[in-house]
Design a protein around this ligand. Structure first.
Ligand code: 6PG
Length: 219
């Protein structure tokens, strides 16, 4: 699914852009993707969000991607667009936005965006009730969440709107209530995953446990 879309993008435009999700759910999928015979030199990797820690920190989304995908697949450094979240969060957000715009323009059309979802319905680092959900112009913002030990840097809702495909990866019974809310059909800031809109397709890849609260009528 992801590999096919990336291969098609490279075939059509000579390059592809993949936004990686953080957290732990994607680890297995990244390991499988790393084994796909893809033209990684033409595939540029971005990050949906990052924790404000050094890139080698155990909480770093970059470190997780490096261990599971970047190193095993041999993705060249020039194809990896890391969020330099060890810097001042606002500076890191501005630098990452400049990097995105330089390659993809002010309204980026990422070929594939991978996203996870927390049990509270957050996605990337867009958390329930966060003022970052109201951001309508900047592509990247710093996010400070009271319950989190460190600030975050995250793509904002406008950054996703031009995506050609958004794929959510959601597993586990703890996410079932949020998934039901996210798929209820309306954008609810209390469940930020429900606010993700894109001009392309939005696909939810979920396991039975995460889907256990979906009613018969849920699309
Ligand atoms: C992060 C992620 C975040 C993640 C969800 C789900 O930096 O934490 O970007 O949005 O996708 O929290 O995390 P798990 O996959 O670990 O459940």
């Amino acid at each position: 699914m992801v590999a096919d879309r990336l291969e098609a993008a490279v075939g059509a435009r000579g390059t592809a852009s993949l936004v990686l999700a953080g957290g732990s759910t994607p680890r297995g999928s990244y390991g499988l993707l790393a084994r796909a015979p893809l033209p990684w030199r033409q595939i540029h990797l971005y990050f949906g969000d990052e924790r404000c820690v050094p890139p080698g920190h155990e909480e770093s989304n970059y470190r997780m991607a490096r261990e599971t995908l970047i190193d095993p697949a041999g993705v060249p450094a020039e194809s990896v667009h890391r969020i330099e979240a060890e810097r001042d969060p606002e500076e890191a957000a501005a630098a990452y936005a400049r990097d995105i715009v330089a390659r993809l323009g002010p309204r980026p059309a990422f070929d594939v965006v991978l996203l996870g979802m927390g049990a509270d319905g957050h996605t990337a680092s867009l958390f329930p009730g966060s003022s970052v959900l109201d951001e309508r112009s900047r592509l990247v913002a710093a996010a400070r969440v009271a319950k989190l030990p460190t600030p975050r840097v995250t793509l904002t809702l406008p950054a996703f709107e031009g995506a050609r495909a958004v794929l959510f990866l959601v597993t586990g019974a703890d996410k079932a209530p949020a998934l039901a809310r996210a798929l209820a059909g309306r954008a609810d800031p209390g469940t930020p995953a429900s606010c993700i809109r894109s001009g392309g397709e939005v696909v939810w890849l979920v396991d039975a446990a995460a889907a256990s609260a979906l009613g018969e009528t849920t699309p």
